[in-house]
Design a binder for this molecule. Sequence first.
Ligand code: FMN
Length: 465
Amino acid sequence: MTKKTNATKGANVAESITTANPTGTTKATGTANPTDTANANAATTGSATRRMLVAEPLTLPCGATVRNRFYKSAMNEALAGRDCAPTEEHVRLYRRWAAGGAGVLVTGNVMVDRTQLGEPGNVAVEDERDLAMLRRWAAAGTEHGTHCWMQINHPGRQSPITINRSPVAPSAGRLEGDYGRFFAEPRELTKPQIRDIIRRFATTAGIARKAGFTGVEIHAAHGYLINQFLSPLDNHRTDEYGGSLENRARLLFEIVDAVRAEVGPRFPVAVKINSSDGSVSGGFDEVESIRVIRRLSAMGVDLIDISGGTLEKPVIQTNSGAREDETRGVYFTDFAERLAGTIDTPIALTGGFRNAADMEKALAGGVTQMIGIARPLVVKPNLPNLIMNARWRGTVRLPWITTGLKALDRAFGGILVISWFELQMNRIGRGKSPDPRIGGLRALLFAIRQHGIGALAPRRRKGRQ
Ligand SMILES: Cc1cc2nc3c(=O)[nH]c(=O)nc-3n(C[C@H](O)[C@H](O)[C@H](O)COP(=O)(O)O)c2cc1C
């Protein structure tokens, strides 16, 4: 991770998002001092110097061109009600992000089946009943020439019992670990059910296109259904969808083919995939991931979004705030380096990008072609424009979210983080600005108010996803 510069000229206090404590870790307790800025290094010179790599357009294999390399990664907005329909808040949130300058905005995961949700507040698209609202959402997300792609997902067994008592999976078998009790035992999918899911991905993609979204991203990462099929630890099938890598990847490949057939050759189709499932021996590992990515590339996928981890083995999103970011740097860089040059398909590396220097370095080194960014765009929705136009050279310091009570923090670590970011997206959706002073307790209460007590089920464990 690049160290902070000392530039103070034109420090943009209004853009300050977090407050520093003496250890250098930023804290969101609800009591932080709003005048104290961790971004004193924010520099806005206004002078146009050399053109930045991150500002360069990119033409995808399908022929579509995105205006720059900022790739807003998927974040479940948790803004839908029980009807799973997009809302006015989605429209406002994406309008704000589109005005912020990113080349591509990927939506939070949209489910292909409203009986199978991954989190409370998911949007689900299985038919055209919400087409009018989807059109408004897509129109807002594509303002200023921004691409807005719908991320499409099925959670498989990662569907909390509070919202789903009958989940499905490649094989029966509960999630392991102390949080397994929060998930019902899934039923093994039959082949007709698998075919139905493939059809659903294609249908949702077709509706996304019809509504005006300019691309789709298939979610094959983070332990959800497609990832469960890929993983030998989750997939014990003995038919053509289990066993060899070719078989475990069959669902993904068939979904990609079906989506492509539905949206046509000129429409961006991306896949988000794990570099590995984490440090689990016998799991979907880097060697297998590279083989699957090569095949996806040969199939004409337009972009590969690299991530990692599952609910059981989380490797992204901790609740250590800026301190961890400083030591960890950009996530999955080693993997992206191994992949670089072996495929023609553009890559979006997602996780840990907090400043322009790291972005430029990754692009210059050919490690990635797009810069995947999630949480920083919640606290700084205009980060791309700040970097490209205002020459902002600060580092986004994510807060350490705490209720102020250790026992509560321990009990709800993961929910705290997710709820805090959802609350901030909700604020933007209501036309307000993100407020870093909001503490963890308020975020927890917000989650319960929005989604009931079920919001406290472990959607992502220990602050990670
Ligand atoms: C509130 C929240 C919701 C998320 N929802 C999704 C999602 O729907 N789909 C997905 O692929 N990743 C999701 N993620 C993970 C992000 O896309 C990203 O991979 C992760 O936050 C690391 O990137 P960052 O360090 O830039 O935040 C979510 C992250 C957060 C904080």
